[in-house]
Design a binder for this molecule. Structure first.
Ligand code: ZN
Length: 286
């Protein structure tokens, strides 16, 4: 990606200087560990955030010291701000065509742990979106994981991750997230899981829709970028994550979709550039 001279989003909240402090009677480390374990098992920990954070919380407090970033982190932060700005261009232009005004989400940079309206989360969980405060949370050390642990290096692989989380924000704005959550409450565990997979694949498809417009309207992408995105999509599929973390694949616990499904839906959004091509809920075959 060539980000030189591009607009950087101002919707970035830098919380990297914050550190956890103990509050109340005890440290709710158990809750945090529970989420980390779920996440390592490839289970989406977000629905459990409430459960895990009932205990006295770890509060994140400002150290008063501005975060000192390395030159490499500066590059990553700027890339993140450019990609976020580009998702704003895309969705500000697209959503009104469907009668929905786009509200730009805030992207929170954190290191180690973070408090969101959805509860406290640790870096090991990976990037996530909290619909309650409409913020995307990312610890940029995940980019190292992406490149080293999951074999998906490159700035477009990183951009894909941001665009996927923004895709969850779009689902929130158009009301899909709420509908799915309501349906999940009365569904069997397997059906609820299927709905989660459809949500995830739709967010991948929305990331593809963004990439389509970033490439067509603003020439943000360079040759090789799409391949990087596809590699990232397949690298962080649940089957890969589970193989990496457990050494075997357990299909019942899938919540994000397989590598093949993820790259297929990303490509679908990429080719069409149209959100309506991302109806993973109507698809017979995912
Ligand atoms: Zn997701």
């Amino acid at each position: 990606m060539d980000i030189r001279g591009r607009r950087k989003s101002s919707n970035i909240e830098d919380r990297r200087g914050m550190r956890p402090v103990r509050t109340g009677v005890g440290l709710s480390i158990g809750g945090v560990l529970f989420l980390v374990v779920l996440s390592l098992l490839g289970i989406n920990p977000l629905p459990f955030l409430g459960v895990a954070t009932k205990a006295p919380e770890v509060q994140m407090q400002d150290t008063g010291q501005p975060y000192q970033e390395s030159p490499q982190e500066t590059v990553l932060r700027e890339m993140t701000a450019v990609v976020l700005a580009d998702t704003e261009e895309t969705w500000n232009a697209l959503l009104p065509q469907y009668g929905v005004q786009y509200r730009e989400p805030t992207l929170v940079l954190f290191s180690g742990a973070v408090q969101s309206a959805c509860g406290t989360a640790e870096s090991a969980m990976g990037p996530f979106y909290c619909p309650l405060d409409e913020k995307v949370y990312i610890d940029m050390s995940f980019y190292d994981d992406l490149s080293q642990r999951f074999g998906a290096p490159g700035d477009f692989a990183q951009a894909y991750v941001i665009a996927h989380e923004v895709g969850h924000h779009v689902q929130n704005l158009v009301g899909t997230a709420e509908k799915v959550q309501a349906a999940q409450q009365s569904a069997s565990k397997a059906d609820a899981n299927q709905l989660s997979v459809r949500m995830e694949l739709q967010a991948d498809c929305f990331a593809g829709v963004w990439a389509h417009h970033a490439a067509r309207s603003r020439q943000l992408l360079e040759s090789g970028d799409i391949e990087e995105g596809l590699r990232a999509a397949s690298a962080i599929g649940d089957d890969r994550i589970q193989r990496e973390t457990q050494g075997r694949v357990v299909p019942d616990a899938f919540t994000h979709g397989t590598s093949e499904q993820r790259s297929r839906w990303f490509r679908r959004g990429l080719e069409s550039g149209k959100p309506e091509s991302c109806d993973t809920f109507a698809a017979q075959q995912l």
